[in-house]
Design a binder for this molecule. Structure first.
Ligand SMILES: [Ca+2]
Length: 452
């Protein structure tokens, strides 16, 4: 295990998404010189940045897609041992009872586009999803050479936002060995499938056990959502993007008749292949899909439950200017997150709009400060006591990792944990003990640890 150290990111560099990603990959990660970001002695307080027009981002989703594609392509160009890794932000240290400084410690490398990490309840192994269609196991600190699951032949991953995107282990995985994956197939459509692990070898899944749970047609190659997650209520939640292109041209976000642009909630323990929970909000409503739990989402790449507070954190990737994080009561059905009436806390594409009944984000940042939010999760581990209860998130392009605590009304105690240097942050993950991991386009998995 290697602790990474050193940070070199010029503030605001993320404003030019694809250019910065290129810069990041070629110059930043591989060289120790560059603009050193210096911080104040206090945790960062972030406000929406000043208004600024970003011409090349105004037309469509294309720059973000290109940025992601470029970074994924460049993941093979990680710089080996010469890489300068992240460090804590200066001033984020543990002085006189203040927040504890953190570092990113590498636990695995050589992965191909690691986009998700999860672990079954009570299981010490880490399962890492590789976008081309494999799930790898990290066991006792070693990345096992043989994949747990290899469905690359079924997965369409040539486009930047397509691929095998997440895995969810059944709450009773230890006894039923069932898990679920979310991927785009060779036609670009979303498939949710169930698999069963081998009874003979716990490090292998039975690929022949595949069972289709749900398929959703995707009209464009981007905004596929991607995460599936069991909620504290035992239901399987699936985040669906608006189907893609830019600006939601087909109006999926506000359409209850489509599974796109929505958070779905299904019961995989009843029905065949699933049952719609009777307390879902649109059950029985004419023209509406009963699977929908919430709507108005653009591309909720990552969301997270915090069972301790019964809250749901949804990070929705923005269109032109605003990246947003929403915090809601996880038990509240039928919420509308606003897209494409609103982007963040602002009417889309501008002017005025009717905001009544829409969930507004508790935190947003502009594209002066990044390009695409990578939602994380609420820290409930033991290693960093001062971070307990904080929601961690990152920006894909800028590479910083930040956190806040939601006090029931607003985001408070905002911190910048890592200034950058770990490549493009694809996702966060959590082990069975609640410790948090960061997955990077550089093919590495990092664990967030307390600085010694
Ligand atoms: Ca929203």
């Amino acid at each position: 295990m290697r602790a990474a150290a050193g940070a070199t990111r010029a503030r605001g560099a993320g404003r030019r998404g694809r250019h910065y990603c290129k810069y990041l990959s070629h110059n930043h990660l591989c060289r120790s010189e560059g603009a050193v970001r210096t911080g104040s002695a206090q945790p960062t307080t972030m406000r929406p940045s000043r208004t600024r027009v970003i011409p090349h981002r105004r037309r469509s989703h294309a720059p973000r897609s290109r940025a992601l594609a470029l970074a994924l392509t460049l993941s093979a160009l990680a710089c080996g041992d010469s890489m300068i890794g992240p460090r804590t932000r200066p001033g984020n240290g543990n002085g006189n009872g203040g927040p504890q400084a953190v570092r990113l410690a590498e636990v695995a490398s050589g992965l191909t586009s690691p986009v998700h990490l999860a672990a079954p309840p009570g299981d010490a192994r880490l399962f890492v999803v590789e976008k081309p269609g494999r799930i790898r196991i990290i066991q006792n600190g070693d990345l096992l050479p043989t994949p747990f699951l290899d469905i690359a032949s079924k997965v369409g991953s040539t486009r930047s936002e397509r691929g095998l995107l997440s895995v969810a282990f059944h709450p009773d995985y230890a006894s039923n060995r069932r898990f679920y994956v979310n991927y785009t197939d060779r036609s670009g459509n979303t498939r949710i499938e169930q698999y069963t692990a081998s009874a003979a070898d716990p490090n292998r899944a039975d690929e022949a056990s595949a069972k289709l749970i749900l398929t959703v047609e995707q009209p464009y190659d981007n905004h596929n959502g991607g995460l599936l997650l069991f909620g504290p209520d035992g239901m399987l939640y699936i985040g669906m993007g608006d189907g893609g292109s830019g600006g939601d041209p087909l109006g999926h976000g506000q359409n209850k008749g489509t599974l796109l642009g929505a958070l779905l909630r299904i019961d995989v323990d009843r029905g065949d292949p699933y049952a719609i929970p009777p307390d879902n909000p649109y059950v029985g409503e004419a023209g509406a899909r009963g699977e929908i739990w919430a709507l108005g989402l653009r591309n909720p790449w990552r969301f997270a439950f915090d069972p301790q507070t019964n809250r749901l954190y949804v990070a929705d990737v923005g269109q032109n200017r605003y990246e947003e994080i929403n915090v809601v009561d996880a038990r509240a059905p039928g919420l509308n997150y606003g897209w494409n009436i609103m982007e963040g806390a602002h009417c889309y594409p501008g002017g005025s709009c009717d905001r009544s009944g829409l969930v507004l984000p508790v935190l947003e940042y502009t594209h002066d400060d990044g390009c695409s939010v990578t939602g994380g999760l609420v820290y409930r581990g033991a290693a960093i006591p001062s971070l307990v209860g904080h929601y961690l998130y990152a920006d894909y392009c800028a590479g910083w990792i930040r956190s806040f605590r939601y006090d029931g009304a607003a985001a408070t105690d905002e911190r910048e944990l890592v200034a950058g240097g770990a490549g493009n942050i694809l996702s966060f993950g959590q082990d069975a003990a609640g410790e948090v991991y960061v997955l990077s386009s550089n093919g590495r998995v990092y664990r967030i640890e307390a600085e010694e």
